[in-house]
Structure formats: structure tokens, C-alpha cells
Ligand binder design. Sequence first.
Ligand SMILES: [Zn+2]
Length: 447
Amino acid sequence: MMQAALRRHLIEPFYETAKGGARLKYWKELEQSQYLPAEVLSDRQLARLKALLSFVYENNAFYRRRFDEAGLRPDDVRSVRDIGILPVLTKEEIRENMATIISRGFATEGLLRFKTGGSMGKALALYITEDCSERRNACARRHDRWSGWEVGEPIGALWGNVADPTMKQRLRGMLLSPYIWLDTMEVTERSVRAFENDWKKARPTLLFGHAHSLFLLAQYVQRLGITGIAPKAIISTSMMLLPSERALIEGVFGLRVFDRYGCEEVSLIASECEAHEGMHLNIEHLYIEFVKEDGTHAGAGEPGRIIVTDLMNYAMPFIRYNVEDVGVPKAGMCSCGRGMPLMEHVTGRVADFLVKPDGSRVAGVSLIENSLTKFPGIDQMQIVQEAVDAIILRLVTGPAFTHREAGALTDYFHQVFGQKACVRLELTGEIKPESSGKYRFSICRVP
Ligand SMILES: [Zn+2]
């Protein structure tokens, strides 16, 4: 692609020089560091953690108190695991301590500000420096290229809430790569056809979007026999990619999906490379822990809460931050030769785990995955648990879903939540995303 090459080799370097941005430099560093041996990357991670802790100890009132209360002095840190004596940081604590969590020397007026939604429905303001933003963009770009997409090539994006500042920032990061757009708040036959028309004109190589939106698009493409949307690479991001949805997307487009995991607070956490053997952890920018209920670290193959320390955000530090997701670390290295360790997948948001009568928890997405594979005729499904014994199943169904399937589905949920539970089926034309544009598969309202 001539135009893409022109944008990549000429226009961007010129623009970057004029602007004085460091993204190109960071990007080149990251392209090289990914193949460093694991031990070198761990040493760097420890050095970056120590630098962050020393800075924060001197310049951040909120963390100074936290370190002192836990008895942690930055000089005592010999291994990344040593910060485990610090308590886990919650969204609520950040919200309550906004006045002291911004480090000295960083006036909020001089920082980039954006917002995240959060499971409680309350927004949280986030601040980073321009420099930190450039690092994040550089990192996203490296991982975008793992899919085979090249800088400067057009992108087809599926995103909700087009005015979302995170997305704007993201597109600034894909600078000079033209993009077209399908709003996930409105995926209909008409909008998909319009997207196809745009696609034919702009000819993107990369299709990029929320997992479930990609799935909905793939369904339309299949149903309507659309041939004009033909990406060379697909990146699924921002929410869990269910195995059944992945299979459909890959079947329809004839491509492997590159799954990615991250959040607004700390940006990219992990992503798949071309070997598809798991998601590489972004250990150049983050220290990522998987913590079990008893506070110890999960072993390979074991689920644990994902706790993240951002090594690059000095303005509004995130140290041992609870992302409120559960994930599974993976043993061994990837055959691609990159030194970054792997995780298997994200099993869901903590808030999406449902409560069984005996008090134990079950991942809502697993129940959905089981239902979709067991019972024919279910296109989409959402579970809402109003009380331990009150379950609503919202369903978008096709002709194969009859009384028999409805009965069997209800029985299945009785097996999980007890015979006394009230299981109500609600048939609906569509399941709407939240205002962020993301879908929630399961919602637990049990306190
Ligand atoms: Zn790999």
C-alpha cells in the first residue's frame, strides 16, 4: 500500500519532529525490548518499580501514608513481590483520595484527563502526562502490529460512544492511519451495510473493536452474505472474548482473532501474538499480579484477581490496583521467542460472578458459554441475578429455540442455583450495551 507507506515513512516522522513527541522513540525501544530474554525484562521491571516507589515515597502524600502504615521503605524492595505487603488499592479509595493521590509537581491542569465508568456505575477521573500517554500509544502500536497490520494502513473500528475520550486518544495514537467507524450502540442491518460501503472506499486492513460487537458484526456479515468487509487482521479488545463467539468471528472472516486485554486506568495489560498461545503480559509498563482469595499468588492455571502496578504513571500512580477482573496466569514461554510471560485468558469481571445458594461463586460467562453450546437457538444471552434465588435470563433466540429448549435451559439453571430458585426467561429482540459501548453478559445484584 503506497499511501500507507508514505504516511508511515514520511508524514509521521515529520509530524512527530514538529510536535516534539517521543512516541516514535518509545515505539522503537519497545519493538526491540520484546525479544529480550525474560530475565533481562524482569530486571528492568524491578528497576522501574524501585524508581517509581522512590519517587512516590517522596512526592505523593497518599502513598507515603500507605507505605508508612504497611512498613514499606522503597530501599527495602529486593523483588517485585516485596510490594505484596501493601494493601490492594480500590476504585473507591481513589475516588475518596483524589486530593492527595496526584503527585507533587503535577498540577491537574497540565495533565491529560479522562474518565472510566467502573462496575458501580460511578465515573472515576484519571490523569496522565502527555509523555505517559505517548508511551501507552507506542505500546498499543507495537501490539497492533503483532496482528500483521502496518502503521499508516486504514482501520475499521467498532466502538460505542464515539465521543469517548479514550477512543479519541487511541485514534490519535494510530495517528494518520485513516479509520472508518461502526457505532456499537447501533449495530443494525442498515448500519452494517453503511459500514460495508465505507469499507469499500477506505479499504481498511485491520478490524478493531469490542469482542461482543465483533461477534454481532460477524453474525450480520454471515446472515446478509456481505463480502465487502474483508479485513486482513482482527483485534478484539476491552472485554472477554467467549470461545463460541471467537469461533464464529474466525469462521466468518477466515482469520484468527488477536485477543487483547486492558482497561482505561492502566491501558494495555496483555495481548496475543501471532502464535496465539496465550496473552503476553505487558511487563515493560506494568507489574501484574494474580491474587487468590487468601491473598497468595495464583499458580499457573489457577484463577486470581488481577492486581496491577503501573510503572509509568508518576502523576497519578496506580500501585497494586484492583482492576476487578479475574484472570489465569500461564506457565512457560511462547514459541514466538518474545520474553514477555503469558496469561491464559480473563475469566470475567469480579462483579459478574454469580452467587450460589451455598455462598460459592460461579462465573456468569461460563454458564452462558455452557448454555450456548448445550441448547440450540440461543443467539445472545444475559444473566441477571436479582437475589440468590432469583435469576432472569434475557435471551435473543432463533427458530430452533422451542419450549423444549426453554425447559431444558431452566432445568440447567435449577441444577446450578437450586430447585427452589425462580428462573425467569425473558425473550427480547436485542440486548443493549451499556453506555460505554461494552456488553455485560452477567450482572449480579446480590450484595
Ligand atoms: Zn508469543
